[in-house]
Design a protein around this ligand. Structure first.
Ligand SMILES: NC(=O)c1ccc[n+]([C@@H]2O[C@H](COP(=O)([O-])OP(=O)(O)OC[C@H]3O[C@@H](n4cnc5c(N)ncnc54)[C@H](O)[C@@H]3O)[C@@H](O)[C@H]2O)c1
Ligand SMILES: O=C(O)[C@H](O)[C@H](O)COP(=O)(O)O
Length: 377
């Protein structure tokens, strides 16, 4: 069987190579001819899987995306053509939790805030939003969850969007949708942006088009700019360069880019394709992951917020991603955004680091030995 995969999908050869012919291509520039005689197509978020791409797909029976978001896939078309489809829900939710936690600690240092005094609103209380809420609660923050589709289905304990917009920090975790009662395109629109207080912080680690970037630029160029954390941008990879100097943390859509998250994404497709063709699984995720460079740290007392930030930086330094983004943009190279993503350094999840010695809140994401963990679930 012939498997065509995005060249930026790790572990494809390890999982598929011993039983399929694996061909890799740059995801953003896959063309219809690449699909000729291909049985299974494995993509990431940058490949638009639509009628045009499938024009020469004469053998295709399976499409998989190793991502959470599926907005790049015409799933209706696949269903019409009888092509099986799989995605990887939740695969990188822990990485997004790590990213937002790193961002929160950096924002707190910048604003001289104690996070435990602040309120965080999570817009979209699904896989990534729930992971972020868990981290924030581990930091002692008050958390508001806003998810109108879930509220309409009867879920309790949720706030409406207006209430959420009053929080100190507002973090977005919705899919991009353009139609229906809960459409998220420009969910943060010009009127919302104009009405926010200058002390508020906005975080976007979902999809760029959820925020009106031009309206944000207008706000930032005025007298009362907001504090912004942006991993995703409207019109990626062509970011609104003028906005970047007004963003506290700017990164190239890498919130989900932990090695573990990528491994889970590829593995979800391996599992789905095995099921699709009736093949027994012969691999595990654990076998794909190398040992982390730093595996344990011993604490003698509960860490302060500042020390917690240092511990997070041991595993994931968001400032490094931010400075790389700014350097890349400054080169003027049109492909800087994709180049940063393609050559992204190996990043482990906070859970790869064991924190020994004190009973740390396990919701923070580090691995805490069972007898020491301060359990909350
Ligand atoms: N930056 C990254 O690297 C990265 C990584 C993973 C996921 N993502 C993006 O984040 C999105 C969310 O991921 P997830 O795993 O949490 O998805 P999910 O499906 O588990 O959760 C999304 C939640 O958003 C809610 N929602 C939908 N419309 C809403 C609206 N108008 N207002 C408030 N809530 C709304 C849904 O009810 C659902 O509970 C993905 O679709 C993907 O686009 C980005
Ligand atoms: O939807 C997702 O899972 C994330 O946005 C994912 O991390 C995107 O990464 P990409 O597929 O663009 O490499």
């Amino acid at each position: 069987m012939k498997v065509l995969a995005d060249e930026n999908m790790p572990f494809v050869r390890e999982l598929f190579g011993d039983w399929a012919e694996v061909i890799t291509r740059p995801g953003r520039t896959m063309v219809p001819a690449d699909l000729h005689d291909t049985d299974a197509l494995l993509v990431r978020s940058v490949t638009q899987v639509n009628a045009h791409l499938l024009e020469q797909a004469n053998k295709l029976t399976f499409v998989g995306t190793a991502t959470i978001g599926c907005d790049h896939i015409d799933t209706q078309l696949l269903a019409q053509r009888g092509i099986a489809f799989a995605s990887a829900p939740g695969c990188n939710k822990v990485a997004v939790g790590d990213y937002v936690m790193a961002a929160l600690l950096r924002v707190a240092a910048h604003k001289n805030w104690q996070l435990a005094d602040k309120t965080l609103a999570v817009i979209g209380a699904g896989n990534t939003g729930s992971e972020v809420a868990r981290r924030a609660e581990g930091l002692g923050m008050k958390v508001l969850r806003c998810d109108p589709p879930k509220a309409a289905a009867g879920a309790a304990g949720l706030v409406n969007y207006d209430q959420a917009l009053s929080a100190d920090i507002i973090s977005y975790h919705v899919p991009i949708t353009h139609q229906g009662p809960y459409a998220t395109h420009h969910l943060l629109n010009a009127a919302h942006i104009a009405a926010l207080d200058e002390n508020q912080v906005l975080i976007n680690a979902c999809r760029g088009d959820v925020w009106n970037n031009q309206a944000l630029l207008t706000r930032q160029q005025g007298a009362r700019p907001l504090t912004l954390v942006m991993d995703v941008w409207e019109h990626e990879p062509a970011v609104l360069a003028a906005l970047v100097p007004y963003v506290l943390i700017a990164t190239p859509h890498i919130a989900g880019y932990s090695l573990e998250g990528k491994a889970r994404g590829t593995f979800a497709l391996y599992r789905a394709l095995c099921q699709h063709i009736g093949r027994a699984e012969q691999h595990s995720i654990a076998s794909l992951l190398p040992a982390p460079d730093i595996s344990a740290v011993s604490l003698t007392r509960a860490p302060s917020q500042h020390q917690l930030a240092q511990l997070v930086r041991l595993v994931y330094d968001i400032a490094h991603d931010d400075s790389g983004f700014r350097r890349g943009l400054a080169t003027g190279a049109p492909d800087f955004f994709d180049a940063l993503r393609k050559h992204y350094a190996e990043r482990r999840e906070l859970g790869s680091l064991i924190l020994q010695g004190v009973g740390l809140d396990e919701r923070l994401g580090f691995k805490v030995p069972a007898q020491a963990a301060d359990k909350h679930n």
